[in-house]
Ligand binder design. Structure first.
Ligand SMILES: Nc1ncnc2c1ncn2[C@@H]1O[C@H](COP(=O)(O)OP(=O)(O)OP(=O)(O)O)[C@@H](O)[C@H]1O
Ligand SMILES: [Mg+2]
Length: 272
């Protein structure tokens, strides 16, 4: 097996007194989809914000292509080839498709003389890159991003990452707000990115989506890695059970019961 492109070792993250991540170790290889699964509040977004330069880890090590790295900013992470499509937003509704494709990503050396304000060229490239991912309905790069469907917006963000040569693509719940057909399209695009040799980190609550595209899976429960396995090692039912976490469910039920009791304004009697 090839060497991991991105490797995390014992990542911890606290916000003041709140410990959010505990000793997370993970890795992902080129041409592999790592699915990060876990319930609400498990720490998935926090972990990927560390990888995308939004947060600094409290402790732990990040290695990219065998070298230790520390990201000072989102720009720094993206300069290292890590492209992130965050859970909420990431696109700009009032911008044209062409503009949003290039925003914050000034032409790189590879694109030499290309000017960021060359509207026609920007539109052409954006439309062409989306077409390559199977989004053929969009032919006018002047259209506003706000008028795109959720799946098309995800495709735009992924096309952008591919175009700028990202080696790691992180997608935080890209299918969460989508209908069945649109989600399927986004999953197909994820597989295309994988085929291009990109290391993909795919965050989802949806076990079916994860199993459709994932090569490697990690489950976070309350900030700790509860499981790490490869395709075929666990069934869908086993993964679903893991994500729900037996003790977690019991705790939740107890919490709800105690809330109901408080609301009723009396304390529970042993007899019930
Ligand atoms: N800046 C912050 N300050 C304090 N606590 C935070 C901060 N960011 C996240 N948290 C806490 O960290 C925990 C994990 O949050 P996170 O957003 O990473 O979860 P998640 O797994 O992405 O959840 P979801 O599936 O709902 O998106 C939550 O309890 C959250 O309140
Ligand atoms: Mg999240």
């Amino acid at each position: 097996m090839t060497m991991p492109l991105l490797k995390l070792t014992d990542i911890n993250k606290s916000f003041g007194p709140i410990d959010v991540l505990h000793d997370i170790s993970l890795d992902v290889r080129r041409g592999e989809v790592l699915c990060l699964l876990g319930d609400n509040g498990a720490g998935k977004s926090t972990l990927i914000k560390i990888l995308s330069g939004v947060h600094k880890p409290t402790s732990g090590r990040i290695e990219l292509d065998g070298k230790s790295v520390a990201f000072d900013s989102p720009r720094d992470a993206s300069d290292h080839g890590i492209a992130t499509v965050h859970q909420f937003g990431g696109t700009f509704p009032l911008m044209s498709i062409g503009r949003s494709f290039f925003v914050g990503a000034e032409p790189t050396r590879r694109w030499g003389p290309l000017k960021i304000y060359d509207r026609r060229r920007a539109n052409e490239i954006a439309v062409k890159e989306m077409r390559e991912l199977g989004i053929t309905r969009i032919t006018d790069g002047d259209r506003l991003v706000g008028g795109l469907s959720g799946g098309e917006r995800q495709a735009l963000a992924i096309a952008r990452a591919v175009h700028f040569g990202a080696s790691v693509l992180i997608l935080d719940e890209p299918t969460a707000a989508l209908g069945v057909k649109e989600a399927a399209h986004v999953l197909r695009i994820v597989l295309q990115a994988r085929q291009k040799g990109i290391a993909v980190i795919f965050i989802t609550h949806n076990v079916v989506h994860a199993m459709t595209v994932g090569d490697h899976f990690a489950v976070l429960i309350r900030g700790s890695k509860a499981a790490d396995f490869r395709k075929g090692e666990l069934s869908r039912e086993e993964i679903t059970d893991l994500m729900a976490g037996g003790d977690h469910m019991a705790e939740l039920e107890a919490e709800i019961a105690s809330y109901l009791v408080t609301r009723e304004g009396h304390s529970p009697s042993p007899a019930g």
